[in-house]
Design a protein around this ligand. Structure first.
Ligand SMILES: NC(=O)c1ccc[n+]([C@@H]2O[C@H](COP(=O)([O-])OP(=O)(O)OC[C@H]3O[C@@H](n4cnc5c(N)ncnc54)[C@H](O)[C@@H]3O)[C@@H](O)[C@H]2O)c1
Length: 368
C-alpha cells in the first residue's frame, strides 16, 4: 500500500475557470495511487500531448506517462533553452498535435520549466482555438510563478514574451521532488521570484526568507513547501483580483522591466530570467530610494537577501542607459508611450508608478 502523503492545495479563484494548485513531495510518483488518479481526474478527453524538452524528458517523462492510464499519449521533445522559445520551435507542437490527429477535446500537458510551460500553454490557447491545458512545472521558478496565472507565449527577436495569450491551466501539479535534479543556479533563479513576493506583498514572508534562505538553498523539503505555497497564495490572490493585468497584477513584474531589457540585450539564454529579475529588483530598489520612498536600510536588506540567494545584484557592466531605455520602451507595461515601473514604498508594499522622475531613472541606470 502506498503511504498517504500530505498534499497542500491552493485554489485560483476565477469563477468557472478556477483551478487547484497541488503542492507536495511524491505528488507525481507512480506508486502514489491518489495523485495518479488526481492527474487523470483533470484529463477530460482521451488524447494527451506531453510537451517537454531534451533535458527533462530523460528525467521525468517515463514517470509521468506511466500515470496516464489508457489515454492516447503523444510526446514532443523540444530543444532546451530560452533561445528556442519562439514561433519556429512552437510549430513543432502544432505539427505533433495535427500529426497525431488530436481534436478539440485533447489536453496539452506541460512537463518542464517556464519555457516549456509558456510554449505549451500558448499552443493549448491557439490549437483549434483552445484546448485543455495542465501544468507540471519542474523548476522552482515555474512552480512559484510561471505555471500559475495563465500567461503563455513566446519571444520575438525584438522583445520578450511579445507574442502570447492568456490561457489558464485546468490544474497545476507541483512535486518538490523534481527540484532535486535542478542545477544550483536554476534554484537560485527561482528564489528571485520567491523573494519578489516578499518585496511586493508580504514583509513577514520577507523576514521568514531572511531566516530560511540557507534551508531553501539546501533544498529542505519543509522550507520549499512553505515558500512555494506562500508564493502561490500571493500569486493566486493577485491573479484572481486582476486576471488580465489591468491593475494590481502588474506588481508581479517588480524588477521585470529592467530584467527583460537585460535578457533581450544580452541575447536570450545568456542571463537566466531569475538572474535578470534579481538585478532588475536591485535597480527598482535603487530608484525607489532615490525618490525617498525607500530607506537605505531596506535597500541593503533586499540586496543582501538576493546575494545570499546566490543571485546577481547588478546588471552586466556593458549595458548603458541608452540600451536599457531602448529595450524598456518595448515593455508591455508601456501605456500611450509612457513607461510604468513597479517601485517600492516599503518592503512588502509595491506600487505601479508612471510619474517617477526620469532624471532619477537616468541616475539609477548610470549608477550600476
Ligand atoms: N508565464 C508566466 O507568468 C511567467 C512568469 C515568470 C517567468 N516566465 C518565463 O519562464 C521562463 C523561465 O523559466 P525557467 O527558469 O523555469 O527556465 P527553463 O524553462 O529554461 O528551465 C531552466 C533549465 O532547467 C532545466 N530543467 C527544468 N526542470 C529541471 C529539473 N527538474 N531538473 C533539472 N533540470 C531541469 C531546463 O531544461 C532548463 O535548462 C522564461 O521564459 C520566462 O519568461 C513566465
Amino acid at each position: 500500500m502506498s503511504e498517504e502523503k500530505h498534499i497542500d492545495t491552493v485554489n485560483i479563484d476565477l469563477g468557472e475557470r478556477s483551478y487547484p494548485i497541488y503542492i507536495g513531495s511524491g505528488l507525481l510518483q507512480s506508486t502514489d495511487q491518489n495523485s495518479a488518479s488526481r492527474l487523470i481526474e483533470h484529463l477530460p478527453g482521451q488524447q494527451v500531448l506531453i510537451v517537454t524538452n531534451e533535458t527533462v524528458e530523460p528525467l521525468y517523462l517515463q514517470q509521468i506517462s506511466s500515470q496516464l492510464g489508457n489515454r492516447i499519449v503523444e510526446t514532443v521533445v523540444l530543444p532546451d533553452g530560452e533561445q528556442h522559445k519562439n514561433m519556429e520551435v512552437l510549430q513543432q507542437v502544432f505539427d505533433s498535435l495535427l500529426g497525431a490527429g488530436f481534436g478539440r477535446d485533447c489536453t496539452v500537458l506541460a512537463l518542464g520549466g517556464g519555457v516549456i510551460g509558456d510554449m505549451a500553454g500558448f499552443a493549448a490557447a491557439s490549437y483549434q482555438r483552445g484546448v485543455e491545458f495542465l501544468q507540471l512545472p519542474t523548476t522552482l521558478l515555474a512552480q512559484v510563478d510561471s505555471s500559475v496565472g495563465g500567461k503563455t507565449g513566446v519571444n520575438h527577436p525584438m522583445g520578450k514574451n511579445m507574442i502570447g495569450a492568456f490561457h489558464q491551466p485546468a490544474a497545476v501539479f507541483i512535486d518538490i521532488d523534481m527540484l532535486s535534479s535542478l542545477p544550483d543556479n536554476e534554484l537560485s533563479a527561482g528564489l528571485a521570484e520567491v523573494i519578489k513576493y516578499g518585496f511586493i506583498r508580504d514583509a513577514d514572508f520577507f523576514t521568514w526568507l531572511e531566516q530560511n534562505i540557507e534551508a531553501l538553498r539546501s533544498r529542505d523539503p519543509d522550507a520549499l513547501v512553505t515558500a512555494i505555497r506562500r508564493s502561490c497564495e500571493i500569486k493566486a490572490e493577485m491573479v484572481a483580483a486582476d486576471e488580465t493585468e489591468q491593475g494590481v497584477r502588474a506588481l508581479l513584474n517588480l524588477g521585470h522591466t529592467f530584467g527583460h531589457a537585460i535578457e533581450s540585450a544580452q541575447g536570450y539564454g545568456n542571463w537566466l530570467h531569475g538572474e535578470a529579475v534579481s538585478a532588475g529588483i536591485c535597480m527598482a530598489l535603487d530608484l525607489s530610494r532615490r525618490h525617498d520612498w525607500l530607506d537605505d536600510a531596506d535597500v541593503e536588506r533586499g540586496r543582501l537577501l538576493l546575494q545570499r540567494a546566490g543571485l546577481p545584484t547588478a546588471p552586466p557592466a556593458d549595458m548603458d542607459e541608452a540600451t536599457f531605455l531602448k529595450f524598456m520602451q518595448r515593455d508591455k507595461k508601456v501605456k500611450q508611450g509612457q513607461l510604468r515601473l513597479i517601485l517600492l514604498k516599503q518592503i512588502g508594499n509595491a506600487f505601479v508608478s508612471d510619474d517617477f522622475d526620469h532624471g532619477l531613472l537616468s541616475a539609477t541606470l548610470n549608477a550600476f
